[in-house]
Design a protein around this ligand. Structure first.
Ligand code: FAD
Length: 402
């Protein structure tokens, strides 16, 4: 009898960890494993704000997939998924196609601009290595242009960030460190460059404890970040946001939207039932009505039954989905009982640049400043350890703890 073929779509946190776990749980005689990804490299999405700000080299935030997944054990296909033909157990790729017995969809997120006029066209967004690199280069170009132009436009030196959630705040935290360096490099007076974060909700970092939010605000404002809360963006023009009821216009040389994400649009194209851009999966992480398709990571809503709403989409959750998904694939293949996903909340730490952070760890313990910065690095390095052991930490890890 031929071996069952498991195809994993997307090599992000969820896809990489699922593949890794499958290699550990199923011997080569038990299943064929295929991993499909757009690029031949894997990147840590949670580090992209650093690449976008220019505080981390893009090559440190990515690694060749074949360096951590043995290509002799897993067939690696570098191609773009365009559609899943679930009735035919087949995935259509840009340049070929692949059939499957079991499928894992872990294609991550796409930007959601909530239909704000002009946002998609005029703002950058932090979605992958390329888009982050473009932001870094654009910001640097604005500073270089300002320093060499005869007729100087100070708006070129303003960086406008839409969205005061996790990504937006981590990004302005990095900018607070990078902008003074750029000013120094291009002989620009620091007071001329502005970093402005615009959030529609009454306060930044929704979902975070009030004390942590106050700490983050002070840390950022002390380093020159302007925070505009309760400021709804009605339009994004080529070089400005229009905000509030009075239509105030804030001009900038760089505009970045971080205010929303949704699941990969391949889901809808492939005929899955979508709720707010994602598929609400069963407790065993399979798509409703599908015996052989798992949907995990940012493509899935996984319900927190106690609270009657989905768990927030995070890398931490994506990695835990991967464990349950791999266990259940083994269960299906070896006729074992499937398990339900349970989320083990280890806390959340947000960086505010390289030297400051805040968040919660175990049982809602609040962390600020140096201990939070160290904890953030432990979290980042832990992922590398799970993926590639100590060797990968030495190669790609954040080794300077403070
Ligand atoms: P991803 O990690 O995004 O991976 C998706 C993969 O699919 C990518 O490799 C992509 O190239 C590939 N892909 C996409 N489309 C296709 C296609 N059509 N064909 C082939 N391949 C495709 N979460 C935390 O827990 N802690 C944090 O500190 C944190 N910080 C963040 C900071 C930033 C700047 C951002 C943007 C997010 C952050 N998050 C954080 C959220 C976290 O990154 C996501 O929840 C996590 O990446 C989801 O994992 P995933 O595997 O579903 O998707």
């Amino acid at each position: 009898m031929s071996k069952p073929k498991i195809v994993v779509l997307g090599a992000g946190y969820a896809g990489m960890m699922t593949t890794k776990r499958l290699m550990q749980k199923l011997g080569p005689d038990k299943a064929e494993i295929v991993l499909v990804n757009k690029h031949n490299y894997h990147y840590q999405t949670t580090w992209l704000h650093e690449v976008a700000a220019g505080t981390r080299n893009q090559n440190q935030a990515r690694m060749m997939i074949s360096d951590v997944i043995n290509p002799n054990r897993v067939s690696l296909i570098y191609d773009e998924v365009t559609e899943v033909k679930k009735e035919e157990n087949r995935v259509v790729l840009k340049n070929s196609e692949v059939s499957y017995d079991y499928l894992v969809i872990s294609l991550g997120f796409e930007t959601n601009t909530f239909g704000i006029k002009g946002m998609e066209k005029n703002a950058f967004s932090i979605t992958d290595i390329e888009s982050s690199r473009m932001i870094r280069e654009h910001i640097e170009y604005q500073f270089a242009k300002y320093s060499t132009s005869v007729k100087k436009n100070e708006n070129d030196l303003t960086i406008l960030v839409g969205g005061g959630g996790f990504t937006g705040i981590e990004f302005v935290g990095e900018l607070a460190e990078q902008v003074p360096k750029l000013c120094k490099k291009y002989d620009i007076d620091r007071s001329k460059a502005r970093i402005i974060n615009v959030e529609a909700a009454p306060r930044i970092l929704p979902g975070f404890n009030d004390d942590l939010v106050a700490y983050a605000k002070k840390s950022l404002e002390d380093r020159g970040v302007e925070i505009r809360e309760g400021a709804k963006i009605s339009e994004c023009k080529k070089n400005s946001f229009v905000i509030g009821d009075d239509g105030e216009e804030i001009k900038a040389g760089t505009i970045v939207w971080t205010g929303g994400v949704t699941g990969n649009s391949i889901l809808g194209k492939s005929g899955f039932e979508i709720t707010k851009g994602k598929v609400t999966v069963e407790s065993d992480l399979r798509a409703p009505g599908e015996e052989n398709i798992f949907i995990i990571g940012d493509c899935a809503w996984v319900m927190n039954k106690e609270e009657g709403r989905p768990f927030p989409p995070t890398a931490q959750a994506a990695m835990q989905h991967a464990d349950t998904c791999a266990t259940n694939l083994k269960g299906l293949i070896l006729n074992e009982q499937l398990e339900s996903f349970t989320f083990d909340d280890k806390g959340t730490v947000a960086s505010l640049g390289k030297s400051d952070a805040m968040g919660t760890v175990f049982s809602e313990r609040l962390l600020y400043g140096t201990p939070a910065t160290a904890m953030k690095k432990v979290i980042d390095n832990r992922y590398l350890f799970l993926l590639g052991g100590p060797k990968l930490i030495l190669k790609k890890g954040k080794l300077r703890m403070l």
